[in-house]
Design a protein around this ligand. Sequence first.
Ligand code: OSB
Ligand code: MG
Length: 369
Amino acid sequence: MILDSIRLYHLRLPLVSPFETSFGRIDHKECILVEIHSGGLVGYGESSVERDPGYNYETVGTAWHIINEFVAPLILGQDIKDAAEFQSLVAGIRGHNLAKAGLEMALWDLLGKSEGVSLKQMLGGEREKVEVGVSIGIQETTSSLVRSVEGYIEQGYNRIKIKIKPGRDIEETSTIRNAFPDIPLQVDANSAYSLETSQVLKPLDDMDLLLIEQPLFEDDLWEHRKMQAQFKTPICLDESIISVRHARYALEMDACRIINIKPGRVGGLSQGLAIHNLCHQKNVPVWCGGMLETGIGRAANLALASLPGFSMPGDISASDRYFQQDITNEKFILNPDSTIEVPSGPGLGVTINEDALQHFTVDKIEIKS
Ligand code: OSB
Ligand code: MG
């Protein structure tokens, strides 16, 4: 497909409730919507960046710069037939995975639309609906956390993840475990501990958790290995796994026993697929993480999570868990069995609500060859 032009939209959507992690608190989700034009077709992708460099080093500003100045000139006017070709064109750009992944996603959408096949089919997905959970931010008090968990369980979520940080960890997790003895439960520290300070997490090992997500520094596979040796509970890596190579290193050194796959963090759906394939072959469970995506990124996550190796529920909640108004016409709804339907239309299988897009756009740019 010859890529004629690219439009970037800097979006800012109000969240239904603030989201707090060990690295900060937000009440709006910012990201970049990527729109690529080819002939008469339009493809959409989402760079799941945030405003601040808290989760990783990328931001709306860096992704805007990288796409505009470096990615776009490499691909505009080119005849690109698949994601592998896209990846080889941008291979010279170090890092900036979230930026690249937004463009790759838009390319998948375009290819799917031009061939009349869904992203799920293109990736080799098998499920019609996928099991999902909810990721709950740090709350004001432990009792408000209990109420929040209770609310999501009532809505039908059958897997709970709570965010932790030093000083807001053991009491919170044990209270939730005691209040909901049977609920599948996991915690996410977003790199808030060192190997030394992670010793306070030892009691988590007796709380029947599915996993402990990213306790230590993002660039530290080695100390995750040391920590895993001290814990029965599987460590799951998120931030640390930025490529297929890192997934292989982490598994070879036993730095984790489960991997959270976010297509953005690893540089695109094609890379998420490759990590899935590696883990599936080694019998390592994976699940699909989330970055509070709009309906565009959520559609892509659902398609990826429909692959057979995604054996644990994803952080892919219903649209109304995030936004009162999303930018897609389609809304994702939680089924009573804690699943969400995978879109089946061509490409991502979702359409843009132009009014909503205009309403939430704070900046936009068109790039031509
Ligand atoms: O670490 O998984 C994370 C959101 C933003 C940045 C990092 C993370 C998260 C979440 C939310 O946990 C998952 C979701 O999209 O529901
Ligand atoms: Mg995480």
